[in-house]
Ligand binder design. Structure first.
Ligand SMILES: [Fe+2]
Ligand SMILES: [Fe+2]
Length: 321
């Protein structure tokens, strides 16, 4: 990457209105409780987590047998190669979490400005602190483990679109529902696959915060979507469909493909292993069904974002019955 391109990739330009709320009237009843919980459940990443333990000694950072169950390539690896895969794949995954958390931090800062109601701004202010802490823990962990991998192009394009829009509703939908829904599914998978107590503890704390963030998005959108003008609603529906289509890893075109960097670093055929994992991996299958069938689709349906216009496209992908 040239220096100019690298500088451009760091910059997102947008125009955003900051709204004051001089009414000081409660608008979101559910947010009052969520705000109280957020204040009560703050934690200090420096003291809540024991950072003195060496990583991966009490249990694997990633149980690779579990993570690559069903694939053809994995059983053929030597124990040394399996250990390398454990460290590198963990570092790649945690790097994407780290970049995603930085995205959540900056988008949430925008929400404090652009969301119209004060009680929603106050809730969002607690999330800014949460996301700052999440950046802190993933950065600390991944640097202790191995190295920070570059942001995945699909993740970056999603985050940049959410940052660049001037619609706060799309920021809420894109970040609080879609990206955080994806993060929760990925954290849950990682939680099941780690035997490392530091990572386990870190993920438990982060997951507790993320549950609130998705609820915030859901409550605020449930209030705004029914009164939305049809063109804006269609725009939100189309964005959501496009994001789901890209995130649903199933072929050479979809999913977070930069994991191939790990395979090529190891001197292997990245494309072949990608194909093997999307076709055979039990983890990929359970991740997709946990994310789409169990969480995202039911929530989008309850919000009214799976209209008759867009539903056939989800059916075509097999994400809707
Ligand atoms: Fe977060
Ligand atoms: Fe979050």
């Amino acid at each position: 990457m040239t220096t100019t391109r690298a500088a451009a990739a760091r910059r997102v330009t947008y125009q955003l209105e900051t709204l004051w709320d001089y009414d000081y009237l409660p608008t979101h009843e559910e947010l009052a409780t969520l705000y109280e919980t957020a204040k009560k459940n703050q934690w200090n990443a420096s003291t809540a987590i024991d950072w003195t333990r060496p990583l991966g000694t009490e249990g694997p950072v990633l149980n690779v047998q579990m993570a690559f169950l069903g694939t053809d390539f994995f059983p053929k690896l030597t124990p040394e190669e399996q250990r390398e895969v454990e460290i590198r794949v963990s570092a790649w995954r945690l790097s994407q979490f780290l970049h995603g958390e930085q995205g959540a931090l900056v988008v949430c800062g925008q929400l404090v400005n652009s969301i119209p109601e004060l009680d929603a701004k106050l809730y969002a202010s607690t999330q800014v602190v949460d996301e700052g802490r999440h950046v802190e823990v993933f950065e600390r962990y991944v640097k202790k483990l191995h190295k920070i991998y570059p942001v995945d192009p699909l993740l970056k394009s999603l985050l940049d679109e959410i940052l660049a829009t001037n619609l706060w509703e799309l920021k809420l939908l894109g970040m609080q529902m879609i990206v955080e829904g994806l993060a929760i599914a990925a954290f849950n998978v990682m939680r099941k696959q780690t035997g490392d107590p530091t990572l386990g503890q870190l993920l438990d704390y982060v997951l507790q915060d993320e549950g609130r963030h998705v609820n915030f998005g859901y409550f605020a959108l449930r209030r705004s979507i029914p009164n939305m003008e049809p063109a804006k609603r269609e725009y939100l529906e189309d964005f959501t469909f496009k994001a789901c289509d890209h995130m649903y890893a199933r072929d050479e075109r979809t999913g977070f493909q930069s994991v191939k960097n790990v395979w090529t670093e190891m001197g292997w055929d990245g494309d072949a292993i990608w194909k093997d994992t999307v076709t055979h991996s039990q983890t990929t299958k359970s991740f997709n069904s946990f994310l789409f069938q169990d969480n995202l689709m039911p929530r989008l349906q309850r919000l009214g974002l799976i209209s008759e216009r867009i539903a056939p496209r989800y059916r075509e992908l097999g994400l809707l019955a």
